[in-house]
Design a protein around this ligand. Sequence first.
Ligand SMILES: Nc1ncnc2c1ncn2[C@@H]1O[C@H](COP(=O)(O)OP(=O)(O)O)[C@@H](O)[C@H]1O
Ligand SMILES: [Mg+2]
Length: 481
Amino acid sequence: MATLPQHTDDLLVSSNFIRAVRESGYVSLSTALAELIDNSLQADASDVAISIRRPSSNDFPQIEVEDNGTGMNPSELAACLRFGGSSRFDQRTSFGRFGMGLPAASLSQARRVEVTAWRPGGRARSVALDVDVIAAGTPVNLTPRDGAAGTSPSGCRVVWKECDRIEYRRLAWLERALHRDLGRMYRRFLADGLTLTINGAAVDAIDPTFLTTSVEGHTARLAFEPRRYEIETSSGDTAFVTVRFSMLPVHYWHSLDNVTKRRVGIVSHGGVSILRAGREIASGWHLMGSKRKENYDDWWRCEIEFDPILDEHFGITINKQGIRPSRTLREALEPELESIARLLNGRVRQAFEEAKFQAEAAASCRIAAAADPDLPVIKGKGRDKGALSYRIGSAPLPLDTMLRSELKHRTLDVTLNIDHPAFAALYRPLQAMEGSAAADLRTALELFLLSYARTTLLLGQDSDEMLRAWSAAYGRMLQRS
Ligand SMILES: Nc1ncnc2c1ncn2[C@@H]1O[C@H](COP(=O)(O)OP(=O)(O)O)[C@@H](O)[C@H]1O
Ligand SMILES: [Mg+2]
C-alpha cells in the first residue's frame, strides 16, 4: 500500500484550503453529482444508483451514489480523496483528468464524504474526509478502514453527509431537477444501456435535439448531414469536432399548449448542447458569432461534440462546467455556424407562416370536401374512388408556376408558390385584411384554386403545361399592373 503524508501542511493551510474548496465553483448539485457519475462510468459501471434522503426531519440531506464498477484497490482508495489523487492524471481518453473531481465536488455540497470500494475476494474498505475535522486543524487520516460492501460483486459507494448547500426545500423538487439535468447530461449513455436511478426511479434520456425523443409521435429531423471540423491540438495532432443541427417539426408542435411546450423542453431550451466524451458539459448560446438568440431559434437545435484532447480549445475548466472557446476554434466554427443559424431561423419563420396559412385555409378545404361527392369521380390508384379531402399550403417553389397540386391518399394537396407574383397580388392583401368580407373573399379565392386543381386532375396529362402557361401569362400581366 502507498505511504501517504498524514497532512498537507507543507504547501497548504488545510483549514483555509478546505473552506476555499467548498466554494470551488460547482454551480449546482447536478454538476457536482456528475463528477461522481463520470467516475462510475470510467470504472465501467452499468448501474449507478443515487439515493437522497433526510436522515431525520430537520437534518441536512444525505446523498449516496453506488455503482457496480470495478471498485478500487487499497492504494487507489487511499488516494481517491486527495486533491490531485488520480489514477489517470492528465489522460485524455475520457472524463477524469486532474484528480480533483471527487474531493472538490463532494465538499462543495457536503460537510463529510465517505468512499467505500469493494472487489471480489477482498474486504470492503472506506476512507472519509470531514470538513469540520480539517477546519479544526486535526491531521487527516486517509488510511482505508473496514467498510460495508454493496450488493454487486465489485463497486464503489460515495456518501455525502450533511449536504448543507442544497437550495431545494423539498427533496421531491430536487429529484425532479436531477432527473431533468442528468437525463440530459448522460443521454448518450442512457441510450446505450446505462441504468441510472434516483431513489429507485430510472432516469430517462432527454435529447435536446429531439432527434431521438418523440412528442405526439413526431421527432425532429437533421437539418443537414453532420458537419465535421478538423482542429489542430496543442501537441500537433488533429481531432474532429462534430456538429449536428436539427429542425423541430413546427407543423406538428406549434399548436401544443404552452405548459406542454415548456414541460417537454420545446420552448426556452433552445441553443447549443456541447458534449465532451459523450457527456454534456455545457448548453446555451455558444459559437454563434454575432447572431443573437430569438424566439424562433427555440425551434432548431445544435449539438457540438468533441474529444478531451481538444480541451484546450474548448477552454474546459477543472470542474467541467461551461466552455471558453479559443480563438482558433471560434475562427474555425463560428462563421459557418452563424450563417447556418440564420438560415434555420428563416426556415422556422417560414414554417410558422405556413402553419398559420394552413390553419386559415382549413375552412375552405372543408367546404370543398363537402361538395366533392357531387362532382365527377376522380379515380386514384387501385380501386380507390371515394370523395376527396383538401389541403392548401404555401411554400417557395420554382418561379414558373403559381401552384403545385398532388393527390396523396385521396387528399388533394395544393401548395401555393409564395414566390410567384400571384401570391403577392392575391393573397398578401387578403391576409392583411380583417373581418368577414375578407374571409368570404379568401374562401372564394381558395375554392377557385381548389376547383382549378381538381379540374386539372380530372383532365389528366396536359394539365402541367396548361398550368405553366397560365402561370407565366398571369405573372407577366401582374408585373405590368
Ligand atoms: N466510482 C469509482 N470507481 C472506481 N474508482 C473511482 C471511483 N471514483 C473515483 N475513483 C478513483 O478515484 C480517483 C480520483 O477521482 P477524481 O478525483 O474524480 O479524479 P479523476 O477522475 O480526474 O481521476 C480516480 O482516478 C479513480 O482512481
Ligand atoms: Mg473524476
